[in-house]
Design a protein around this ligand. Structure first.
Ligand code: ADP
Length: 482
């Protein structure tokens, strides 16, 4: 089976490979050299509607299958993903620029959700609750929500999809996916493997579109859709929530973050720098859980900044397919321009550049890994998601100030802190208003733990034993007249 980029030119609806009803297409661009990789269908509202109808028609048979049959099919899909992991990783790097080692990691991470939820499918259980009278019984059963839709971002082209479709399919739901316009190929590759694994027609559909708005409106408003799961920016998430409100759909929202990374005076600085590098520069700083602000206690601020700048200077920038590349290109010109604007704003307001600070000599979408000190709260990059390889460092005096600065944002996705003190680690972990906290750890994501945010970072949890609940309804049966 080939996964060459130019073998993908159709979307996947009702088990069939199709063009858009409009016959329009759009190009997928390799961010490493700005060359087109292939053209895929530019789907319209009519395509979204036909995918939803297919998912609706397939729903009954799928939800009636024993959980074990659904689990076996998911397991087969998982095996095929692993069998083709090298080809999938290469395709991913081509479309999103991610260093190849990270793409390999993502393919395994993506597959792990399918494995995990194949197992969880068999463990969906209800309850029997003591009734208030002798002549009644109370039972609680779990049933699939129904037809689901998912809108996903470009920065994890495979894992953001499997994190949604695996629990949905495991629960007995069917799904229509709209991947990001920048990275539709990994999603289509996943569909090819779904077909190979024998997933029934209509339960897993992928429609591609050059812009999210038109298709997104159908996916978030169609009356046959019972659940919308979105990962992306807070602005679009709010819009989709408003649209989904019209038919009171269930929603899961994984939105933006503004992750603080605190380093206390009692931290092990070497470990903190290693954690900072892993957290900050993963996917060239383009993840929603990347450290966005380094908050460092005064006693270690200089030592930490110096060590972080030195490690940052050591990062090799280049095309993701070169094996020693640590930092690839940014995803597109808009992303590149935003990073540059945020750095310029900080420097204009008094930040000091320790390393980097501008476009990389390679040109194109390559940006220099950057460390800034003398950063203050009025700078844009402290308040907005940077989504690039830029480390701003702010200094705080004591624990209370550190926690207050960390919480001073409408976002609440991931936070990190480093300390060797047990009591401080408990106080700070409990004080941070975030859905996920890394304590002396810069990388959090695993299929076994609940991923998600609070405040304006979102609703719901993905992964873990909780993830399947997002795709299940609770039904109470009151059995009377006994
Ligand atoms: P990012 O900044 O990560 O690209 P976006 O929120 O813009 O985040 O994009 C995430 C996903 O949302 C993509 O699949 C994109 O096509 C889609 N999208 C963007 N705008 C809209 C919209 N108005 N309605 C529905 N989906 C949208």
């Amino acid at each position: 089976m080939s996964f060459a980029a130019n073998t993908f030119s159709q979307c996947f609806i009702n088990g069939d490979w199709q063009a858009s009803e409009s016959n329009q297409t759009f190009s997928v661009i390799n961010p490493a050299d700005l060359q087109p990789l292939t053209k895929v269908p530019d789907c319209t509202a009519a395509d979204a509607e036909s995918a939803i109808l297919a998912a609706h028609q397939a729903l009954n048979d799928w939800q009636q299958q024993p959980a074990k049959s659904r689990a076996n099919l998911l397991r087969q899909w998982y095996n095929l993903i692993l069998e083709h992991q090298d080809a999938l990783a290469e395709l991913m790097t081509l479309e999103c620029g991610k260093p190849i080692a990270e793409s390999r990691g993502e393919v395994q991470y993506a597959a792990s959700f399918i494995e995990w939820f194949a197992e969880e499918a068999k463990r969906v259980r209800g309850d029997t609750i003591p009734a208030p009278s002798k002549d009644r019984r109370i039972q609680v059963i779990k049933q699939p929500v129904g037809v689901c839709t998912a809108i996903t971002p470009w920065n994890f082209p495979l894992a953001m999809i499997t994190r949604k479709c695996a629990p949905a399919l495991a629960a007995g739901c069917t799904i229509v996916i709209k991947p990001a316009e920048g990275t539709p190929l990994s999603a289509l590759a996943l569909a090819r493997l779904a077909q190979e694994a024998g997933l029934p027609a209509g339960i897993f559909n992928v429609i591609t579109a050059s812009q999210g708005k038109e298709v997104g409106e159908v996916l978030s408003t169609h009356p046959l859709v019972r659940k919308l799961s979105f990962t992306g920016s807070t602005a679009v998430g709010k819009q989709l929530l408003a649209q989904a409100a019209g038919t009171v759909k269930r929603t899961s929202m994984e939105l933006g973050g503004n992750a603080p990374f605190l380093v206390f005076d009692d931290a092990d600085i070497d470990k903190a720098v290693a954690g900072a590098m892993a957290s900050k520069y993963r996917n060239t700083g383009q993840t929603c859980v990347c450290a966005n602000r380094f908050l460092v206690q005064a006693g270690v601020a200089e030592a930490f900044a110096k060590a972080l700048a030195e490690a940052t200077r050591g990062l090799k920038v280049g095309p993701g397919l070169e094996p020693d590349t640590a930092q690839g290109p940014l995803i597109n010109q808009a992303g590149f321009d935003k990073v540059q604007a945020l750095v310029n704003d900080a420097v204009d307001k008094g930040a000091t550049v320790l390393t980097g600070g501008g476009p990389h000599a390679l040109g194109g979408l390559y940006y220099q890994p950057t460390v800034l000190t003398d950063v203050t709260g009025d700078m844009r990059l402290v308040n907005e998601e940077i989504f690039g390889p830029v480390s701003p460092i702010m200094v705080f005096k004591d624990e209370a100030e550190g926690i207050a600065l960390a919480n001073d944002t409408p976002f609440g996705l991931a936070a990190y802190f480093y300390t060797e003190s047990l009591s401080r680690s408990i106080r700070v972990a409990e004080g941070l208003e975030y859905g996920m906290v890394g304590v002396n750890e810069g990388i959090l994501s695993t299929e076994t733990a609940p991923f998600g945010g609070i405040k304006e970072s979102g609703l719901g949890r993905e992964g873990s034993h909780l993830g399947i609940d997002e795709y299940l309804e609770t039904k109470y049966l009151c059995i009377g007249g006994l």
